[in-house]
Design a protein. Structure first.
Length: 240
């Protein structure tokens, strides 16, 4: 890693006591093709329940898998989302985001986003400060946006329909101790009418799709952007 790790921004929302505060740090300069690390600390200041950290990522930055266990992660259409159904009890949340950068990038690249949380039974939104890093490469030229968009175009999701096959496959996108409403499920997959809910072993489990073959289901799992999603087999409608 060739950048100097530098704390860029400390943003505090102090107008109301229950507003969270944020601290960010990231490499100020890295070489194209290297990994950019972004560290984020969220001080909850008393909030609880549902929350979402949403970061809009420049084209050419690919998130690396992490080992987060108490948060759901979704990356789709250049938007990286960390979703808590119930925020952990500890006061500070620490996230370490890593992005592999395209070796053809050059110049200043900016990140921006929002943090959503529940206060007084209403969903609140805090706009996050702008973050930026300079990407260097030997050619000193950036790949044109139209070419970059072609390399990183949004994947086409495999289509599926209701089937009467004896054997079908679905993709599980989440499992939680409590029932999840459509407003939150939409964070994982926009067409909530296609999400199936079932209870098993004390969990509410949520699956999408109805595929005749394992290959189609795996294709959907990869493209849906939900970290940790996996394929489930059904025989005559019964989960195996």
């Amino acid at each position: 890693m060739r950048g100097i790790f530098l704390v860029l921004i400390i943003f505090s929302a102090t107008v109301f006591a229950q507003k969270p505060t944020f601290t960010f740090s990231l490499n100020d300069t890295i070489q194209a093709g290297d990994t950019l690390t972004v560290k984020i600390t969220i001080k909850k200041t008393g909030i609880s329940g549902f929350a979402k950290f949403e970061l809009f990522v420049p084209t050419g930055f690919t998130p690396c898998p992490g080992d987060d266990t108490d948060v759901s992660v979704v990356f789709w259409d250049n938007t990286l989302k960390y979703i808590w159904i119930d925020l952990p009890q500890h006061e500070k949340l620490s996230l370490v985001l890593k992005f592999v950068t395209d070796k053809r990038l050059y110049g200043k690249k900016e990140f921006y986003g929002n943090f959503y949380y529940i206060s007084a039974r209403e969903r609140k939104k805090e706009k996050l400060p702008l973050m930026a890093s300079f990407i260097n490469n030997p050619r000193k030229t950036d790949i044109p946006e139209n070419l970059l968009a072609l390399y990183y175009k949004k994947p086409k999701m495999p289509e599926f329909a209701e089937l009467n096959n004896d054997t079908t496959y679905r993709v599980q996108i989440g499992a939680y101790k409590k029932k999840i409403g459509n407003d939150i499920l939409a964070e994982f997959y926009s067409d909530t009418s296609k999400i199936k809910e079932e209870q098993q072993n004390g969990f509410y489990k949520y699956t999408v799709g109805n595929f005749a073959g394992m290959e189609q289901a795996h294709d959907f799992r990869i493209k849906c952007g939900v970290r940790g999603a996996f394929v489930v087999k059904y025989a005559k409608g019964i989960r195996q």
